[in-house]
Design a binder for this molecule. Sequence first.
Ligand code: DHB
Ligand code: FE
Length: 320
Amino acid sequence: MAKIIAGVGSSHVPAIGAALDNGKTEEPYWKRVFSGFDKSKEWMAKIKPDVAIVVYNDHASAFSVDVIPTFALGCAAQFPPSDEGWGPRPVPVVKGHPALAAHIAQSVILDEFDLTIVNKMEVDHGLTVPLNLLFGQPKDEWPCPVIPLAVNVVMYPPPTGHRCYMLGKAIRKAVESYPEDLNVVIFGTGGLSHQISGPRAGLINSKWDTAFLDNLSKDPKKLTRIPHVEYMREAGAEGIEMMLWLIMRGALDDRVVEIYRFYIVPASNTAVGHIILENRLHSAKRWRKRNGLPKGQRPMPVKKRRAAAALRPVLRRGAR
Ligand code: DHB
Ligand code: FE
């Protein structure tokens, strides 16, 4: 059985892609951004997913204003990087997983989520930048197949946050009914707060972003009640991209383990946010493997583990 083992949230700022492509990662401005993803790359190399589902928004690259699907699932064998005005990014062509994508399309559509099936599509910075941030800069190919899910947030009306969250649940059900043993990681990309045009250009709201990340981790249902207008008012016009993270979150357990978080202001015009959430069962399995413990043993809750670790030096001193 395939299963979703973890979720990754990440901003997808196009200038991050340009910094990578033009060898600027060591410049102080960019180093402070990229260093926030060092641990994430280590984590990703360790969990080695078999497939990544990447929820992102197309920025009028694959779809013009002529046709704007609400949810577009990439079912093709490959997805070339799109030309966003400076030529296609020098990154590997994204290889898909047509069999799992077709299975997800069938399961989710029969569950009454009317996805658009896309058999030919180019992918823009919304998808390729987060791949770089988590997988680095491979020359020839990405380490695993990727299923793109492009969601409309560029033209009103986008889907509601609740719809996004419920779609995440339907995707999880679809993945879990796929017979092959595959470990799947799901990404939500975009955000955090940013507005790139108009009188409020440059708007960033760190307080709101932090509350969003806190709730994403602990109380995602609360986020499903946020209306579009609140995202736009509090997090800027383009802050609406944050809603895509709810699809990722919906595909995870109700209670998850927050493995890592990073937040920095700004990169380009945007507050960069990043989070890694693991499903508990998978976390427990990795913990047992690391400590050579038998099947069935459960880790202490993270808070208790931290408290125990903090006490250890005190206990050691006491023993001397
Ligand atoms: C910027 C951020 C985005 O998410 C995007 O799609 C385009 C631009 C920016 O910060 O400049
Ligand atoms: Fe964007």
